[in-house]
Structures are given as structure tokens and as C-alpha cells.
Design a protein around this ligand. Structure first.
Ligand code: GDP
Length: 418
């Protein structure tokens, strides 16, 4: 029953827009690949039988096979990527763990992430990590071991450790979301390298702030650089550690409205990446540590409030869920647009090129046939037999070429419109 419910919830998730689009475009490219193969065989046969197709044309056609195969490979690896930034100890790792509903990334004192950590789904049931520049799969049995591995390694701050986690343990990983945790923006001087190496293909950025203090210059500077390199990046702001505000309920509302105003101004007036309405929907007040605790309780079959740290748990918990929903909608739409639009138009141009080449070939076949027709009267019955055969093959070819190309074009156009 639980599994069934999880499945139904999953079906309703906004991430499914990406999951379905990915499946569809992969299927279409699978068909395009079949057509290209089939057509190449056909062209090769024409080349050896009659001199209708020349060598250069045949080679050009073969190049489509490689082009389509390369696009298919990229497509299969496409995912949605979210990257987390903020000062050390603001709770970046805790936010990721809360979203994954499991303590995967080490967090807390002494476990400062000193390099980039990427968590992604893995189809096999095992958990392992891989360091940059190595194919070796290092087994991870538990979080403690992972923390030690990350701390002991002498890793440069802009290097990347990839953590592969069993997909079936988390619905976000199952739906192809990849999480990137970063070292604190306060420790790095290499913001440019960071952005070039880890951020250019991120669909969403999450700035994790400490609600107990104000946004720092380092945090602002980082996002200024991001928005110079990327046009209109999607940025969410989490004012984390909001549980601390429960200690001073008399100031809670005024602190909240002050933070909200500053965050909205930052997104709209400083970075100019959002309008007022959108920015207002991208600023949240949460407690990552509490959300994670609540979810760990839920996994044990207990009510979530057992994970509460302070008064007002329910509001903060809802706000975290609200953030997740808006985040899922945003990342899914953005990834479909940026990742698949390009592939769809390339698919369209490949099928368009194929069509015009095949149309040319068809024209040449028709001229060839007419020539034969003129010679008909002069030829013997034996040759007439060959002629009839030739006519038939030509008719079949015409049908085949047109059906093939029309089908590819129609499918790609349909996918583009959807
Ligand atoms: P990072 O360096 O930004 O990845 O921060 P961590 O996730 O490692 O968190 C640093 C410390 O803050 C850890 O001890 C967390 O348990 C704690 N922490 C994180 N989020 C919260 C929160 O919302 N409330 C409270 N009270 N503590 C938090």
C-alpha cells in the first residue's frame, strides 16, 4: 500500500514533466536512429547498383549515423541539476539531506565540505563515491565512512566528488535530480573557476542563508558573478535556521519581513533575475535540521513533529514542503527547455537535411527512368524485363523515402510543440 501511494505521489510530481519529456525524446531519437540506419543501407545499395549516388553523398549520409548516436548518448545522460551555495555552516548539506530524506552528506562541525560534492542516483543497489579524474568506485557503507573519506582526502576546493546513491531510496534521485553541494562561498577566491566548472549547466541555484544574520558580501558577490555568466539563472533563497526565531517571538515578524524585503531586492533590483512576484515566491524561511529530523521520524512510522526543535514546527515544515514544490516545478520546466529544445531542433535539422538529400536522389532516379523509357523501343524483351523491375524498385523507393522522412519530421515537430 505504501509503495502504491508513493508511486501515485510520484506520478503527480512536477518532476514528471521532465521524466516524461526525456522518455519521449529518447524514444523519438531511437526511431530516428533506426531510420538513419535503414536509409544508409538503402543509399549504400544504390551506390553499388547504379551510379545514382556518389561517394561524397554516401559519406555525408553516414555522418548522420554518428551525429544521431552522439545526440542519443548526451540525451541519456541528461538530468536536472541543482547547486547549493552559501557560507560555511549555513546548512547547505542539511538542506540536501532533508530533501533526500536521509543523512547522506556529512554535516556539522569538523565535517565541513571542503570540495564540491555531487549526489546522483545510481541504478544498482550500491552506494559509492568517485573522485575527480578516477574511475575507481570507492564503496560507502555509512555516513561516517563517507565523512571520513571526504575529510581525509587532500582535495582541492574546486574538485568534485561524485556520490552515487541507490535511486530507489529517494524519489528525487529516481526522477533524475542531481544535487551539488559546494564549499562555503566565504572560503574561496576562485569563484570564476567554480562557476565555469560546476555551475554553467545548473538548472536551479539555491542560496542557503543563515536567518540569524544578514546576507554577506561574499554571498552576494558569488551570485553577481553567476548572473553575469548565465542569463537569468533560477535562484531560490532559503533563510535557514528559522527555528532560532522561536526564541524571540516578539521580533519574529519584523525580522522575517526585513529579511524578505532584502532577499526580494537582491533578486529583483541587484541581480535583476526575477520580477517582484516571482521573487516573492522564491524566498523561504525554513529549518533544514528540523525537517530532516521530522522525515527520519516519519520513515520510522512516527509523527513528524517528533523531530521538532522549537515552537512553530508545523509552519516551518509546511514552508519547506512549499519550497520543494516550487523548486520541482521550476527545475523541471527549466531543464526541459534548456536540455531538450536544442536536441529537438537538431533532430529537426537532421531530418530536414535527410529529406532534401533523398528528394535529390529521387529526382535523379526519375531522370534515369525517363532515359530508360526513351531507349525502350530500341531494346530487346530481355531489357524490357529489367526495365519493369527498375520501375517497380523506383516506385517502392519513392514511397519508402517519403514515408520515412515524413514520419521523422512529424514526430520531431510534434515533440517540439509539446
Ligand atoms: P554547511 O556547511 O552549509 O553544509 O552546513 P551543515 O549542513 O553542515 O550545517 C552546519 C551545522 O548547522 C550542523 O551542525 C547542522 O546540524 C546545523 N544546522 C543546519 N541547519 C540547521 C537548522 O535549520 N537549524 C539548526 N538549529 N541547526 C541547523
Amino acid at each position: 500500500l505504501t509503495e502504491n501511494r508513493m508511486y501515485q505521489q510520484n506520478e503527480k510530481s512536477p518532476l514528471q514533466v521532465f521524466v516524461r519529456a526525456k522518455k519521449k525524446i529518447n524514444d523519438i531519437y531511437g526511431e530516428i536512429e533506426e531510420y538513419v540506419h535503414e536509409t544508409t543501407q538503402f543509399i549504400n545499395a544504390l551506390h553499388s547498383d547504379a551510379e545514382i549516388v556518389d561517394k561524397a553523398e554516401r559519406e555525408l549520409f553516414e555522418s548522420y549515423v554518428y551525429k544521431v548516436a552522439a545526440i542519443r548518448e548526451v540525451l541519456q545522460r541528461d538530468h536536472m541539476k541543482v547547486a547549493f551555495f552559501g557560507r560555511t555552516s549555513n546548512g547547505k548539506s542539511s538542506v540536501i539531506n532533508a530533501m533526500l530524506r536521509e543523512k547522506i552528506l556529512p554535516s556539522g562541525i569538523g565535517h565541513t565540505t571542503n570540495c564540491f560534492c555531487q549526489v546522483e542516483g545510481n541504478d544498482g543497489g550500491e552506494a559509492y563515491l568517485m573522485k575527480e579524474g578516477s574511475d575507481e568506485k570507492l564503496n560507502v557503507v555509512n555516513i561516517k565512512q563517507l565523512a571520513n573519506a571526504l575529510c581525509q582526502e587532500k582535495l582541492s576546493e574546486s574538485s568534485l566528488v561524485r556520490i552515487f546513491w541507490p535511486r530507489e531510496r529517494c524519489s528525487l534521485l529516481r526522477d533524475d535530480v542531481v544535487f551539488v553541494d559546494s564549499p562555503g562561498v566565504d572560503v574561496s577566491a576562485n569563484l570564476d573557476d567554480w562557476i565555469d566548472n560546476h555551475c554553467l549547466n545548473a538548472d536551479v541555484f539555491v542560496l542557503v542563508l543563515n536567518a540569524e544574520s544578514t546576507m554577506t558580501r561574499a554571498e552576494k558577490q558569488f551570485f553577481h558573478t553567476v548572473s553575469q555568466k548565465l542569463s537569468k539563472p533560477n535562484i531560490f533563497i532559503l533563510n535557514n535556521r528559522w527555528d532560532a526565531s522561536a526564541n524571540e517571538p516578539e521580533f519574529q515578524e519584523s525580522v522575517k519581513s526585513q529579511h524578505t524585503e532584502r532577499c526580494i531586492d537582491f533578486l529583483t533590483k541587484e541581480l535583476k533575475v526575477s520580477n517582484e512576484k516571482e521573487a516573492a515566491e522564491r524566498v523561504f524561511f525554513v529549518s533544514a535540521r528540523e525537517t530532516l529530523q521530522a522525515r527520519l521520524e516519519e520513515a520510522k512510522g512516527n509523527p513528524p513533529h517528533l523531530g521538532a526543535i522549537a515552537d512553530g514546527f508545523q509552519i516551518r515544515y509546511f514552508e519547506f514542503q512549499d519550497f520543494e514544490r516550487k523548486f520541482e516545478e521550476c527545475i523541471s520546466q527549466s531543464a526541459v527547455k534548456t536540455k531538450f529544445q536544442q536536441h529537438s531542433s537538431r533532430g529537426k535539422s537532421v531530418s530536414g537535411d535527410m529529406r532534401s538529400m533523398l528528394d535529390n536522389i529521387y529526382e535523379r532516379i526519375t531522370i534515369f527512368r525517363n532515359l530508360k523509357q526513351d531507349q525502350k523501343n530500341l531494346l530487346t524483351e530481355r531489357i524490357q524485363g529489367t526495365e519493369t523491375q527498375m520501375m517497380q524498385v523506383t516506385r517502392e523507393m519513392k514511397m519508402k523515402i517519403h514515408n520515412m522522412v515524413e514520419e521523422v519530421e512529424e514526430k520531431v515537430s510534434k515533440a517540439l510543440n509539446e
